[in-house]
Design a protein around this ligand. Structure first.
Ligand SMILES: Nc1ncnc2c1ncn2[C@@H]1O[C@H](COP(=O)(O)OP(=O)(O)OP(=O)(O)O)[C@@H](O)[C@H]1O
Ligand SMILES: CCCC(=O)O
Length: 362
């Protein structure tokens, strides 16, 4: 059975809208939100009307016409930790997102936007593989401080979709393979996929992993404490810097990697140095996941390093990563709207009953 499915993906720098009919994208919009535009909002929840307007404009400019939808899928936000899968959007979910019970992020708007669009154009309102999908192994959770546990928050949709596509290209079954998957976007997460489960991941939101176009990534704790002690930052200011004012933005004043590339082409040495440090950071964190996939009882090598996300379009970055990592494992670059495809194909499977729609309990 074929379906009309609208997917809505509010990201940290963009809103992506893709409408699928009979499994094919018939409308695809990637609306970029400049830093200045987003800075005008007090918090993520107050961006709701602007993001809704973005989606409605995209639909109005298309040949959407009288098409009735079978499902509207929003990117799943910061919810209670849960296994991956397809979930109905329910009151508990909206309540947790509205109250930012598990944190603040633009993807928290995915579910309320999907619910609104479904009420206007029909269809079942769903989320698929929310960013809090948690399949970490027991050994990945503890830290050196017993009160501090690691949690899973990552680009679950994108990573899973890209890994499945990489497996297909290499003639493998995703559920039988070993992959390190680097989602390189406004945020970055790198996951170890062991036979279909993401048993380790650099958390994209808790200050782990490499620096990103606008996040600091992991920082030396003692140096951070010194900044607080010196009064260079207070806690809210430091949190903002870690999540929205770090990384390439802090070094070069832009979170747009295309601008970095053009500065490098113009001979800007500082941009070049930051670029090399950025690529090195990603490579270092990617290799740190090898022990999650290779053990004495399971010594088979990693099937591929999969690179995806907006930065996978940067040929210079991919070349730099390949120079460092291709001697260790094969590299697959997956471009395109894989998050939208995963949302639509999972929703379609759920509507057909081949996968079960789960109930969010909070
Ligand atoms: N063609 C391109 N070449 C180089 N860099 C690009 C290209 N297209 C996008 N980017 C960069 O990719 C980054 C944004 O990636 P992406 O669109 O995946 O982010 P997002 O969806 O807003 O956030 P996230 O991926 O964290 O959810 C930006 O730094 C952007 O400049
Ligand atoms: C948690 C994944 C989303 C992001 O990094 O922005």
């Amino acid at each position: 059975m074929q379906h009309a499915i609208l997917t809505i993906n509010p990201g940290s720098t963009s809103t992506k809208v893709v409408l699928f009919q009979d499994g094919k994208p018939i409308l695809s919009r990637d609306e970029q939100h400049p830093k200045m535009q987003l800075a005008a909002f007090a918090d993520v929840w107050s961006q709701y009307a602007m993001r809704l307007d973005t989606v409605l404009k995209a639909l109005a400019e298309s040949a959407f016409g009288d098409l009735r939808l079978d499902a509207v899928v929003g990117r799943g936000g910061l919810l209670a930790p849960l296994p991956g899968g397809v979930y109905d959007i329910n009151e508990q979910m909206i309540d947790d997102l509205r109250n930012q019970r598990y944190g603040e992020h633009p993807c928290n708007l995915g579910a309320p936007l999907a619910l609104e669009l479904a009420s206007r154009f029909g269809g079942r309102a769903l989320v698929v593989d929310p960013v809090v999908t948690d399949e970490l192994s027991a050994e990945a959770r503890p830290t050196g401080l017993p009160q501090v546990h690691r949690r899973s928050a990552f680009h679950a949709l994108s990573q899973r979709g890209a890994a499945r596509e990489a497996a297909r290209r290499r003639g493998l079954k995703y559920e039988a393979g070993k992959f390190i998957v680097a989602h390189l976007g406004g945020g970055i997460s790198i996951g170890a996929h062991l036979r279909g489960r993401v048993v380790e991941v650099t958390n994209a939101l808790d200050g782990e992993g490499p620096m990103t176009p606008e996040r600091t990534g992991a920082l030396p704790v003692m140096e951070v404490l010194r900044l607080l002690e010196n009064g260079d930052y207070d806690v809210p200011g430091l949190r903002r810097a870690v999540l929205r004012g770090g990384g390439i933005l802090a070094h070069l004043g832009t979170n747009d990697f295309r601008v970095v590339e053009s500065r490098i082409r113009e001979g800007d040495r500082h941009a070049q140095d930051v670029f090399h440090a950025f690529a090195y950071n990603i490579a270092r964190h990617a290799t740190s996941l090898l022990p999650a996939l290779i053990t004495s009882t399971d010594p088979l090598p990693v099937d591929a390093l999969v690179i995806t996300g907006g930065l996978a379009k940067s040929t210079v970055l991919v070349a730099e990563l390949a120079a460092r990592l291709s001697p260790i494992m094969p590299i697959e670059t997956i471009l395109g709207m894989t998050e939208a495809h995963v949302m639509a194909s999972s929703a379609s499977d759920a509507l057909q009953g081949t996968i079960q729609i789960q109930v969010y309990q909070g």
